[in-house]
Design a protein around this ligand. Sequence first.
Ligand code: UD1
Ligand code: MG
Length: 452
Amino acid sequence: MTGRTCLTIVLAAGEGTRMRSSLPKVLHSVAGQTLLANVLSAAPAGPQTSLAVVVGPGYEAVAKEAMRVRPDATTFVQRERLGTAHAVLAAREAIARGADDIVIAFGDTPLISVETFARMRAPLQAGAALSVLGFHAADPTGYGRLIVENGRLTAIREQADASAEERRITLCNAGVMAFDGKTALRIIDKIGNANSKGEYYLTDAVAIVRELGLTATVIETSEDEVRGINTKAQLAEAEQVMQARLRKAALDAGVTMVAPETVFLAADTTFGKDVTIEPYVVIGPGVTIADGAVIHAFSHLLQASVGKNASVGPYARLRPGTSLGEGARIGNFVETKAAVLEAGVKVNHLTYVGDAHVGAGANIGAGTITCNYDGFDKHRTEIGAGAFVGSNSSLVAPVKIGSGAYIGSGSVVTRNVPDDALVVERSEQSVREGWAKRFREMKLLNRKPKTG
Ligand code: UD1
Ligand code: MG
């Protein structure tokens, strides 16, 4: 953006008591990404920008999440929650360092886009002291209302302080504001707390700008982009909006989904070409799906990568650390975790593969379990390329199955198996000819006729 420096301050100190949760509000997720991460990844980034995040006391987890997403962020603590203007001033030091644009965003407004941040900054370059993001709310209850007189923004009135007439206004404050750095601190320092909540409202900046004879402008956007989240119901609404966006982006990128409305994606899901996702699939964060792969119905994937032309499900669960090679097949009721399955591996039914490496082309029969946990530690299973593990085998880790080896069905394998060997670990089958027939005859003979 035309060489102007920019400081973004994201407010994330609110208690969010209406979420009725022990988790700080901004750490709730939409599309597998925290509200805070959503905002921080849209906020201005790159050279000439700096980022401050205001957190509440004891909110180490919030500060940690901020640093994870944006290592360039500085966190500031707002000791008491005295309102949004008070929260901004917790980052006074950052503001005082000076920037051409000072953008304020809320950590609880996760659907905001990069483009909107850029649009907000444009009026500052044209001489405005403040630009405010506004939207028409279907139900404006709870939002600050934008008071526009003769086409000019003159004030923002919070719900609690608005008159009945003002409450009918549907043009609302989205919460994002951009201040011209030259006057920002002077304006915010003037904000008082003479309102029904006794809070320092950032929204009062608009009236102050006007008193100073400066200009405040409104940049409008759609309600969907600026849904503020104060309740679990609003969190669910934001999720819907986000999912609609992600599904559309996936369809636009060529993913085939016959019932996209039943498929849940994460903000970071990546797809190759000609991917098909059948109905009722849930994809959590950290999933990549390569060209030509098919995810069949009712599958659940989290932190997993699916190779080219691989097939997953129906009813499969890929847990973190799963990596499927080209053409690998994971069938129904199969669970994988921390498992690398090389190209062409088949695990078609009712199996658990955890903490394992499976070489190319190996076939794992129905009901096979890698017994990876002894109640204390996790152990690894190595299965060589081209091995054949018969159905209902238990592979007690740590254990290695050599490449090309055969494991007879029902074996409990506790020791390493050499390449190309056969292991059968079960008791000898005993057959007693005619036993069943004799058994039935004896039973029928002894059956006494029922009396009385
Ligand atoms: C705020 C706006 C309202 C706007 C709405 C949009 C004010 C006074 N009101 O109301 O005009 O329509 O957002 O969603 O600005 N926070 C702090 N410290 C505080 C108070 C809040 O860090 O002392 C943070 C919260 O974590 C949150 C954000 O500021 O991320 C907004 O606070 P919130 O309490 O959600 O304000 P709203 O009532 O939603
Ligand atoms: Mg809010």
